[in-house]
Write a protein that binds this ligand. Structure first.
Ligand code: ADP
Ligand code: MG
Length: 268
């Protein structure tokens, strides 16, 4: 137990960041998309990633969960660095398949286009990874999925196929699916950009609920008002580098970079 005089809890101070990215580079052929990104998210942080189209936001998220291989740099999840070796002209290659599989289950990604498996019901989508990747007994996975469906307001859609759901319902199902692996970190890539305007709010409400719960999240979004409300930290990406970052009240109210000032003027 620490007394108030001790300041921050020393245990908390020692816990490694949930995500730490160091000098991340990514090129597609001659196209250099990420040019040295360093970024840290502590447990419970909500990091909003903003920036113009083509600035490298999706590529950055995809590198963090190794859907794309970085050309250079280091990625650590909860203090564990993803092992990679130099693959010559192919850039870095993961060198420990077991570690990669394990770390991947601690990250969950929600995509702009939902990416639900169309041939499975909502319930099927949610229990797939727990049952087939993590080895959770089916009954247990179903019981947990029911709680998650209740939480995202979709309990009555458990046996529906994705094609019969609205975009907002599909995205809420995708969030329930991401939560089903109880990830350490959730990565959201413009989760509301594909939705009709009247459906955006129901998805943002679920994300805000997760933020309140203390979930660690990296969230690429164009919803500036929302980012301002839920983010603990805002990162502005421009042309493959972090042009500016800081607490939302600073980034939004007193942006230093001229590029960020211009960007904010176009999106607000
Ligand atoms: P954002 O999400 O910020 O809009 P992206 O990360 O999707 O930006 O893309 C950044 C740049 O990388 C763009 O110029 C895009 O065309 C390019 N890019 C993304 N993915 C690929 C790929 N698989 N192959 C080639 N170029 C790509
Ligand atoms: Mg993108």
């Amino acid at each position: 137990m620490s007394s108030p005089q001790d300041g921050a809890d020393p245990g908390a101070r020692q816990s490694p960041p949930a995500v730490e990215v160091t000098d991340l580079h990514k090129a597609f052929g001659d196209l250099e998309v990420l040019k040295g990104i360093s970024l840290k998210a502590e447990t419970g942080d909500v990091v909003a990633i903003i920036g113009g189209s083509g600035s490298g936001k999706s590529t950055m998220l995809r590198c963090i969960n190794m859907l794309e291989l970085p050309t250079r740099g280091e990625i650590s999840i909860k203090g564990e660095t993803i092992e990679m070796k130099d693959g010559g002209r192919h850039g870095l290659q993961p060198s420990n398949a077991r570690q990669l599989r394990r770390i991947r289950t601690r990250l969950a990604m929600v995509f702009q286009s939902f990416n639900l498996w169309q041939h499975m019901t909502v319930m099927g989508n949610i229990i797939e990874a727990p049952v087939h990747v993590m080895g959770v007994p089916r009954d247990e996975a179903i019981a947990r999925a029911e709680k998650l469906l209740d939480r995202v307001g979709l309990y009555d859609k458990r046996d529906a196929y994705p094609a019969f759901l609205s975009g907002g319902q599909q995205q809420r199902a995708a969030i329930a699916r991401a939560l089903a692996v109880d990830p350490d970190v959730m990565l959201f890539d413009e989760p509301t950009s594909a939705l009709d305007p009247e459906l955006v709010g129901e998805v943002l409400a679920v994300i805000a609920d997760l933020a309140r719960e203390g979930r660690t999240m990296l969230l690429v979004t164009h919803e500036m008002k929302f980012a301002r409300e839920v983010a603990s930290h805002v990162v502005y990406l421009a042309d493959g580098v972090i042009e500016e970052q800081g607490p939302p009240e600073v980034v939004y109210s007193a942006p230093k970079s001229e590029r960020l000032q211009k960007f904010l003027a176009t999106v607000q």
